[in-house]
Design a protein. Sequence first.
Length: 172
Amino acid sequence: MSKNVAIVVGHHKFSKGAKSQWLPSEWDLMSEVAKSLCDVADIFYHDPKIGGYTSRQRAMAKRTRLHKYVFELHYNAASPIANGCEALYYFSNKGGYKIATKFCELVSESMEIKNRKAKPMLNSTQRGYAFVYQTNGTAIILEPFFGTSGSDVAKFDKAKYVQVLRTLIKGL
Ligand SMILES: [Zn+2]
Protein backbone atom coordinates (compact mmCIF):
# COMPACT_ATOMS: atom_id res chain seq x y z
CA MET A 1 0.00 0.00 0.00
CA SER A 2 1.22 3.43 -0.87
CA LYS A 3 1.90 5.80 2.00
CA ASN A 4 1.28 9.53 2.25
CA VAL A 5 4.97 10.35 2.44
CA ALA A 6 7.74 9.61 -0.02
CA ILE A 7 11.37 9.84 1.02
CA VAL A 8 13.85 10.29 -1.80
CA VAL A 9 17.55 9.74 -1.17
CA GLY A 10 19.37 12.66 -2.79
CA HIS A 11 21.90 12.03 -5.58
CA HIS A 12 22.48 8.45 -6.79
CA LYS A 13 24.73 5.50 -6.21
CA PHE A 14 27.30 6.45 -8.85
CA SER A 15 27.37 10.12 -7.87
CA LYS A 16 26.86 10.23 -4.16
CA GLY A 17 26.83 13.97 -3.50
CA ALA A 18 28.89 15.71 -0.85
CA LYS A 19 31.54 13.89 1.10
CA SER A 20 32.60 14.63 4.61
CA GLN A 21 35.98 13.77 6.05
CA TRP A 22 34.14 12.39 9.11
CA LEU A 23 31.10 10.70 7.61
CA PRO A 24 29.92 8.53 4.72
CA SER A 25 28.76 10.39 1.59
CA GLU A 26 25.34 11.99 1.44
CA TRP A 27 23.92 9.08 -0.52
CA ASP A 28 25.36 6.41 1.81
CA LEU A 29 24.37 8.13 5.05
CA MET A 30 20.90 9.16 3.90
CA SER A 31 20.25 5.69 2.47
CA GLU A 32 20.71 4.35 6.01
CA VAL A 33 18.38 7.03 7.40
CA ALA A 34 15.77 6.27 4.74
CA LYS A 35 15.85 2.53 5.46
CA SER A 36 15.02 3.23 9.11
CA LEU A 37 11.85 5.02 7.99
CA CYS A 38 10.41 2.44 5.60
CA ASP A 39 7.53 1.73 8.01
CA VAL A 40 6.23 5.32 7.75
CA ALA A 41 7.25 6.36 4.23
CA ASP A 42 7.83 4.91 0.78
CA ILE A 43 11.53 5.09 -0.05
CA PHE A 44 12.83 6.08 -3.48
CA TYR A 45 16.27 6.19 -5.09
CA HIS A 46 17.15 8.12 -8.24
CA ASP A 47 17.86 6.07 -11.33
CA PRO A 48 21.56 6.58 -12.18
CA LYS A 49 20.89 5.49 -15.76
CA ILE A 50 18.96 8.71 -16.38
CA GLY A 51 21.49 11.38 -17.35
CA GLY A 52 21.01 14.95 -16.12
CA TYR A 53 19.60 16.28 -12.88
CA THR A 54 16.40 17.73 -14.34
CA SER A 55 15.53 14.54 -16.27
CA ARG A 56 16.15 12.44 -13.17
CA GLN A 57 13.86 14.69 -11.13
CA ARG A 58 11.18 14.53 -13.82
CA ALA A 59 11.27 10.73 -13.72
CA MET A 60 11.15 10.79 -9.91
CA ALA A 61 8.19 13.21 -9.93
CA LYS A 62 6.24 10.63 -11.96
CA ARG A 63 7.04 7.89 -9.48
CA THR A 64 6.00 10.01 -6.47
CA ARG A 65 3.01 11.74 -8.08
CA LEU A 66 0.51 10.10 -5.71
CA HIS A 67 2.38 11.08 -2.54
CA LYS A 68 1.14 14.11 -0.67
CA TYR A 69 4.56 14.91 0.78
CA VAL A 70 7.95 14.21 -0.76
CA PHE A 71 11.15 14.77 1.21
CA GLU A 72 14.58 14.56 -0.36
CA LEU A 73 17.40 13.74 2.05
CA HIS A 74 20.75 15.53 1.83
CA TYR A 75 23.40 17.11 3.94
CA ASN A 76 25.08 20.39 3.19
CA ALA A 77 28.67 21.16 2.27
CA ALA A 78 30.52 24.45 2.05
CA SER A 79 33.49 26.15 3.70
CA PRO A 80 34.41 24.84 7.19
CA ILE A 81 32.81 27.82 8.96
CA ALA A 82 29.34 27.25 7.47
CA ASN A 83 27.06 25.37 9.84
CA GLY A 84 23.43 24.72 10.69
CA CYS A 85 20.28 23.12 9.35
CA GLU A 86 17.99 24.36 6.61
CA ALA A 87 15.09 23.13 4.51
CA LEU A 88 14.11 24.31 1.05
CA TYR A 89 10.57 24.58 -0.26
CA TYR A 90 8.81 25.89 -3.37
CA PHE A 91 8.30 29.62 -2.67
CA SER A 92 4.52 29.74 -3.13
CA ASN A 93 3.78 26.56 -1.17
CA LYS A 94 2.64 27.75 2.28
CA GLY A 95 2.30 24.21 3.58
CA GLY A 96 5.86 23.58 2.42
CA TYR A 97 7.07 26.62 4.34
CA LYS A 98 5.39 25.34 7.51
CA ILE A 99 6.89 21.87 7.23
CA ALA A 100 10.34 23.25 6.40
CA THR A 101 10.13 25.56 9.42
CA LYS A 102 9.06 22.70 11.69
CA PHE A 103 11.90 20.54 10.39
CA CYS A 104 14.51 23.18 11.24
CA GLU A 105 13.04 23.64 14.73
CA LEU A 106 13.07 19.91 15.40
CA VAL A 107 16.67 19.44 14.23
CA SER A 108 17.77 22.44 16.20
CA GLU A 109 15.99 21.33 19.39
CA SER A 110 17.07 17.71 19.11
CA MET A 111 20.79 18.16 18.33
CA GLU A 112 21.51 21.83 19.09
CA ILE A 113 22.44 22.44 15.48
CA LYS A 114 21.98 26.11 14.48
CA ASN A 115 18.64 26.90 12.82
CA ARG A 116 19.30 28.54 9.42
CA LYS A 117 15.54 28.43 8.76
CA ALA A 118 13.29 27.48 5.88
CA LYS A 119 14.44 28.85 2.53
CA PRO A 120 12.22 29.48 -0.50
CA MET A 121 13.25 28.18 -3.91
CA LEU A 122 12.46 30.96 -6.34
CA ASN A 123 13.98 30.11 -9.69
CA SER A 124 15.74 27.51 -11.77
CA THR A 125 19.21 28.89 -11.10
CA GLN A 126 18.98 27.48 -7.56
CA ARG A 127 20.31 23.99 -6.96
CA GLY A 128 17.44 21.65 -6.22
CA TYR A 129 14.82 23.78 -7.94
CA ALA A 130 13.75 21.02 -10.38
CA PHE A 131 12.88 18.79 -7.43
CA VAL A 132 10.58 21.24 -5.63
CA TYR A 133 9.15 22.55 -8.92
CA GLN A 134 8.37 19.26 -10.66
CA THR A 135 7.13 17.22 -7.72
CA ASN A 136 3.35 16.93 -7.62
CA GLY A 137 2.99 16.92 -3.83
CA THR A 138 4.65 19.23 -1.31
CA ALA A 139 8.37 18.78 -1.88
CA ILE A 140 11.04 19.73 0.65
CA ILE A 141 14.80 19.38 0.53
CA LEU A 142 16.10 18.50 3.99
CA GLU A 143 19.62 19.60 4.95
CA PRO A 144 20.09 18.86 8.67
CA PHE A 145 23.76 19.86 8.94
CA PHE A 146 26.98 20.67 7.09
CA GLY A 147 29.23 17.67 6.55
CA THR A 148 32.08 20.15 6.18
CA SER A 149 31.57 21.53 9.70
CA GLY A 150 33.38 19.58 12.41
CA SER A 151 31.05 20.97 15.08
CA ASP A 152 27.89 20.07 13.13
CA VAL A 153 29.18 16.55 12.52
CA ALA A 154 29.94 16.18 16.25
CA LYS A 155 26.38 17.23 17.10
CA PHE A 156 24.66 15.16 14.43
CA ASP A 157 23.31 11.81 15.58
CA LYS A 158 21.74 9.42 13.09
CA ALA A 159 19.30 7.87 15.57
CA LYS A 160 18.17 11.32 16.75
CA TYR A 161 17.74 12.40 13.14
CA VAL A 162 15.54 9.41 12.37
CA GLN A 163 13.45 10.38 15.40
CA VAL A 164 13.18 13.98 14.14
CA LEU A 165 11.85 12.71 10.81
CA ARG A 166 9.40 10.40 12.56
CA THR A 167 8.07 13.34 14.60
CA LEU A 168 7.85 15.48 11.47
CA ILE A 169 5.91 12.80 9.58
CA LYS A 170 3.61 12.15 12.52
CA GLY A 171 2.73 15.86 12.63
CA LEU A 172 1.69 16.09 8.98
ZN1 LIG B 1 22.98 16.83 -1.70
